[in-house]
Design a protein around this ligand. Sequence first.
Ligand code: DX5
Ligand code: ZN
Length: 236
Amino acid sequence: MNRPPIRIAPSILSADFARLADEIARVEQGGADLLHIDVMDGHFVPNLTVGPPIVEALRKVTKLPLDVHLMMTNPDAFIAEFAAAGADYLTVHVETCPHLHRTVESIKERGVKAGVSLNPATPISFVEEIVRDTDLVLIMSVNPGFGGQRFIPSSLQKITQARRLIERMKSPAVLEVDGGVKPDNAGPIIQAGADILVSGSAIFSADDYGAVIAALRAAGQSASLPRNPQTMSVHR
Ligand code: DX5
Ligand code: ZN
């Protein structure tokens, strides 16, 4: 089965927070498809970032879909606020949600697309029972909490497994990969089955954000397509 075109989601975690609107305009002009916003609570992950007021403010300065990644212990308590703030995707971590089905339904009831994310040490099987009901599966390829970390190589196999699960379960979910994604490793990540690449430090440390976004996308074009389960088996 042919996959849709690859989408690029710059993570604003590595942007200049004092000039956020300008930074977002630059990635938007540079061809970004979504804007990835990392919400960290200082508890589930050892860092603090932003909350609903920033999402609401960003909603007013960009047309890009807002892809909100909730790295927080009790996301249920904030789903209504993030939905009202204008999130297009709300992604929760399976490690934080004992009632994941209820959480996913509560996101979707608000007209927001629901994502589920897995830390590097969490097996793919943790999303097996929910994958048909989700709009997005997010594979963390670093331990969440900080930008600028190195891609964990075993993540490639996990991306392949996630793609197979999505196909096997006939899930509508898109597959997103987050952490250490750069133009020089994007090819194998896309070939393993990613639909959306999150990239923070690689984009925002460059002079030309659009050039990095284009290079990430081009890595998909040079990967041998179509991306299907047969071609992915070479990475096992
Ligand atoms: C990490 C965040 C990522 C981060 C990615 O916990 O979820 O979205 O911003 O940054 P890079 O691309 O620098 O690894
Ligand atoms: Zn993220």
